[in-house]
Design a protein around this ligand. Structure first.
Ligand code: GUN
Ligand code: ZN
Length: 455
């Protein structure tokens, strides 16, 4: 009865993930599949049916089927941590995180004080994500409200599912990248930078959270850049607005950890600092999480927070290797992230390959440490689950192509380059096919990115 007016169907190979299976082996692949999309009760385009073409083809009379021979339809990728203001610093070499921030990142982020510059960068950034098949992202903006408005505005325009927030940083950085006090003479003036940053956060939550497909993330940059008062205020807002996200960085680099421990000696670990200020809960996403002990892992698990594993960044900045074995042993949630511009690529294929290298580094037993299905899951259904975007509480679901999921997907062309064509043609199993695309793929493999529309 649906929907035939607004429904569409695609015939191609289709990749999706079984939610009730172990992520390492959860991929379902239809060689000849049919994906039917149409509006739900809220007029949002979702998956209506998916499965073998021959089982479904007669069930949707009147729905036009677009045939995509040789193509693979897969869920749009979910990037759990990326900085839109760092597009222009990708590939800036430094001895490590702290000099990289000081010499490249902060000078670039200063420029986002300008609404025009922010708008121009937001437009490039969203286009680049989509070109690379990323349909959902949790992104850092800068400490300027202008940058937040610009990114939300562009994402709304493109109907992209995007979560961002004002970067909270009221100390230990140059003036142009710190939060600003209310200008003298402002009608509600008199607030210092810390108070103003928290007021701005609340105003931005009210303006943007839940608008279209947008979400707000309370965004303390990392503990060393925030005063106690700012972290406390952020924690209070996190309690007041339980369905907004929280994003920050933790345990990325040894010098950073030493610094954080000096600044917050009362906390039992760097990660525990965030818990002490009420910043660990479900929907709290911490980038990196490399140098953890089992108490930290247990805290992640108990709080429901999730790690945004950022392998290309960690390899590029020499930060270290995320410990997959430790994470699985204790059992906390994680998913993949590009962390551009510490990360070296917008491409989920490069990120998945980086994660494979990182997983091998930590490998203790014989055998492949991370299966290609598991890598792919970490950048789609697994990342969505870690973000709470898997509809478990009745909310929207992304990162998969099960009935009810928002219709965000990519069309992959495994023939996109001569080498890809040659290698994928010889793939003797699903794992071989996925591995070939992870190892050889980049933006050329993404023939099309389709975003769920409203009708
Ligand atoms: N820690 C604090 N800020 C940053 C940042 O911009 N990038 C990375 N990789 N780590 C951080
Ligand atoms: Zn980051």
């Amino acid at each position: 009865m649906l929907f035939t007016d607004h429904a569409k169907a695609y015939r191609a190979a289709i990749l999706r993930f079984a939610p009730d299976r172990e992520p390492r082996h959860s991929a379902i692949f239809e060689e000849d599949g049919l994906l039917v999309v149409g509006p739900n009760a809220n007029s949002v385009q979702v998956v209506q049916a998916v499965g073998p073409y021959h089982d479904l083809k007669d069930k949707f009379p009147g729905v036009v089927i677009q045939h995509l021979p040789g193509r693979i339809i897969a869920p749009g990728f979910v990037d759990m941590h990326i900085h839109y203001a760092q597009t222009n610093v990708i590939g800036s070499p430094a001895e490590g995180l702290l000099p990289w921030l000081e010499n490249y990142t902060f000078p670039e982020e200063k420029r986002f004080e300008s609404p025009e510059y922010s708008a121009q960068e937001a437009s490039f950034f969203i286009a680049e994500l989509l070109r690379n098949g990323v349909t959902t992202a949790l992104a850092f903006a800068t400490s300027h409200t202008e940058s937040v408005h610009a990114l939300f505005t562009e994402a709304l325009h493109q109907r992209m599912r995007l979560i961002t927030g004002l970067c909270l940083m009221d100390r230990n950085a140059p003036a142009g990248v710190l939060n600003r006090a209310a200008p003298v003479g402002a009608s509600k003036g008199g607030f210092d930078a810390t108070e103003q940053s928290l007021l701005d956060t609340e105003t931005l939550i009210q303006k943007w959270h839940g608008k279209g497909r947008l979400g707000y993330a309370i965004t303390p940059r990392f503990a060393p850049s925030c005063s106690d008062a700012q972290l406390r205020g952020a924690g209070e807002l996190a309690a007041q607005y339980p369905d907004v996200w929280i994003q920050s960085h933790v345990a990325e680099n040894k010098d950073e950890i030493k610094w954080a421990r000096e600044l917050f000696p009362a906390s039992t670990s760097y990660l525990a600092t965030y818990a002490d200020f009420g910043l660990m809960r479900q929907r709290a996403i911490y980038a990196h999480c490399i140098h953890f002990d089992d108490d930290d892992r247990a805290l992640m698990r108990a709080s429901g927070a999730a790690a945004a594993v950022s392998p290309t960044s960690n390899l590029f900045l020499g930060s270290g290797f995320f410990d997959y074995t430790g994470a699985d042993r204790v059992g906390f949630q994680y998913g993949l992230a590009s962390d551009v511009g510490g990360g070296t690529s917008f491409s989920p294929f490069h990120t998945m390959l980086g994660a494979y290298y990182v997983g091998r580094e930590g490998q203790t037993k014989a055998g492949l440490s991370l299966s290609p299905q598991h890598l792919w899951w970490q950048h789609t259904a697994g990342a969505a689950q870690a973000l709470g975007l898997d509809s478990q509480k009745g909310g929207p679901a992304v990162g998969n192509l099960l009935p009810g999921c928002e219709a965000d997907f990519v069309v992959l062309n495994p023939q996109a380059t001569p080498l890809l064509a040659r290698r994928t043609e010889r793939a003797a199993s699903l794992d071989e096919l996925l591995f070939a695309m992870i190892v050889l793929g980049d933006d050329r493999l993404i023939e099309k990115t389709v975003i769920s529309q409203t009708v």
